[in-house]
Design a protein around this ligand. Sequence first.
Ligand SMILES: [Zn+2]
Ligand SMILES: [Zn+2]
Length: 386
Amino acid sequence: MVRALGARATEFAELRRDLHRHPELGLAEHRTSQRVADCLSAWGYEVHRGLATTGVVATLRRGSGHKRLGLRADMDALPIQETSGRPWTSVHDGVMHACGHDGHTAMLLAAARYLAEEGEFSGTLHLIFQPAEEYPGGAQLMVEQGLFDSFPCDAVFAMHNMPGIEQGRLVFREGPAMASSDDVTITLHGPGGHAASPHRTPDPIVAASAIVMALQTIVSRNIDPQQAAIVTVGALQAGSANNVIPDVARLELSVRALDPAVRDLLEARIHAVVQGQAESFGVCAVVDYRRDYPVLVNSRIETEFAREVGAELLGEDGIERQGPAITGSEDFAVMLQHRPGSYVLIGNGVGDDHCMLHNAGYDFNDDNLAVGAAFWARLTQRFLCN
Ligand SMILES: [Zn+2]
Ligand SMILES: [Zn+2]
């Protein structure tokens, strides 16, 4: 099947490079979703548009089977100025496909065409082309707007490329696979005053400094050492002159966990530590804790099923049955809160010319188009069989 899809690789590499040349940010994937919808309509899919603004869901029914399968690809790009030097470099200043979502879209389209023209299966296939994975979370929007009510799925699957892993290698993981991601803004208020009279005003800078250090104790003293947890203070802003004690200091945090209970504990401890520290320094603290993407949890049965499909296609040497968890985040986690399924990684290649995701020099590896598409096509045929 990889060979059958390989015969179409040039066509889909051209499509992928066209998408790469015209990247669009989350919820503004107008050209991309138009291209996706046009292709799928031409191949005989029933196409629905408009979920989460630019989302596309395409349905193909065959035979008398009752099972329903959802396959999801993301379509959005990032606010990065591309430096890859490729002939298909982005034509839009400051926007590029630095996460390979152009490739994910092309892989699923290649599978879509194969399944429409040559694929035998029995049941209902829903292809979900999602906007805004990077920001602000198109999966959540699509689910809120009735994705699984309008397009019921018994299971959902998605795939992401990963530089640093051998090209085409498929990596599976049952259980928690990617971290939750929360954003926290802490604002400390005091009346402000003269630098020469520190005894007359609480100092938000001293309080903020103590809070940065106290936050480090949460992971080291409150979290089970066997668990993963991250509290990063990524920004600390306060003051503008050496002779003024400012009236405000602001901290921005990124908080991550691989277990929902750990996530809850981190949130509770951050509130407690900040309020306790603020009180001790006489400043007023306001904590704005925003829960972003949840922990991504791959279900057992669907992950095992996906492994078997991968092993059939590539052999045991071509797959990793239980890869490591990743502390990055992914909004497909939201779909997995509503339906069982699995999120699969595909190696983008190793070596210097395979930049990391979100790097200005990154490019999707087109050799993956045939492998990824074959995996989707075979998974569909095995899932939707009588
Ligand atoms: Zn990304
Ligand atoms: Zn991505």
